[in-house]
Design a protein around this ligand. Structure first.
Ligand code: KIV
Length: 264
């Protein structure tokens, strides 16, 4: 059976059908997510925190990402798989091409994701010209947590908001085929979603985005400590993992998630 394509994901934006995305890091969850109707699995470098117990995503290596991506791909047949490019694996174009190629060829990913605004636009262009689809990531950039001074909402002031819209356009012009928007005010996310033609997937970015993503362990209530405000414990609602994932998919598709209490 062939996997979901970028063409069908783009069509979902045009037809205003919401895209349900979750992270996963292994074959078993990959299978459960696919069965529940998740459209895209993101093998996020969040695995550094939720799988490896690190304090941030920074220690994650390309080898780690290849290993987890391969396992996710083995566990599913149809779902679209995106792999994160870890910290400093795209610091220059040559490295970016080499590492993205590993995630695609060895890991089996269909797209790679990297963090940053216009500053990474040339890298995006170089990858796309070599046939590697790219998902950009704007707003809260976990790989820049030390520069940002913590995991905080981004784009609250006018200049930052304008910069984010400019960055989104620059990344689309460079050839990015998807955009993740993390922790930005819902109004700004709505503006970005209406401005670009590529699918915009939000996390803590309001209900107007073309789709939603959550870290799997957060939405199952497994992450130690305080759950991020934008997440929700779907396992507490349902009592079983497959039912929790199915409810998430249903709530994203029907526009029931996120609610106003999960907005900024
Ligand atoms: O690494 C990850 O899981 C991510 C999501 C938070 C979007 O990038």
């Amino acid at each position: 059976m062939s996997r979901t394509t970028l063409t069908s994901l783009r069509k979902m934006k045009v037809e205003q059908k919401k895209i349900a995305v979750l992270t996963a890091y292994d074959a078993s969850f990959s299978h459960v997510l696919e069965q529940a109707g998740v459209d895209i699995i993101l093998v996020g470098d969040s695995l550094g925190m939720v799988i490896q117990g690190q304090e941030s995503t920074l220690p994650v290596t390309v080898d780690d990402m290849v290993y987890h991506t391969r396992n996710v791909v083995r566990g599913s047949e149809k779902v679209f798989v995106i792999a994160d490019m870890p910290f400093m694996s795209y610091a220059n174009t040559k490295q970016a091409i080499h590492n993205a190629a590993r995630l695609m060829a060895e890991g089996g990913a269909q797209m790679v994701k990297l963090e940053g605004g216009a500053v990474v636009a040339d890298t995006v262009k170089q990858l796309v010209e070599r046939g590697i689809p790219v998902c950009a990531h704007l707003g809260l950039l976990p790989q820049s947590v030390h520069r940002l001074g913590g995991y905080r909402v981004q784009g609250r002031d006018t200049n930052d908001a304008e910069q984010l819209v400019t960055d989104a356009k620059a990344l689309q012009d460079a050839g990015a085929d998807m955009l993740v928007l993390e922790c930005v005010p819902a109004e700004l996310a709505e503006r970005v979603t209406a401005t670009v033609t590529i699918p915009v997937i939000g996390i803590g970015a309001g209900v107007a985005c073309d789709g939603q993503v959550l870290v799997l362990y957060d939405m199952l209530g497994l992450t130690p400590g305080k759950r991020p405000r934008f997440s929700h414990d779907f396992l507490a609602d349902t009592g079983a993992i497959p039912a929790a994932i199915a409810k998430y998919v249903q709530d994203v598709k029907s526009g029931q998630f996120p609610q106003l209490e999960q907005h900024y």
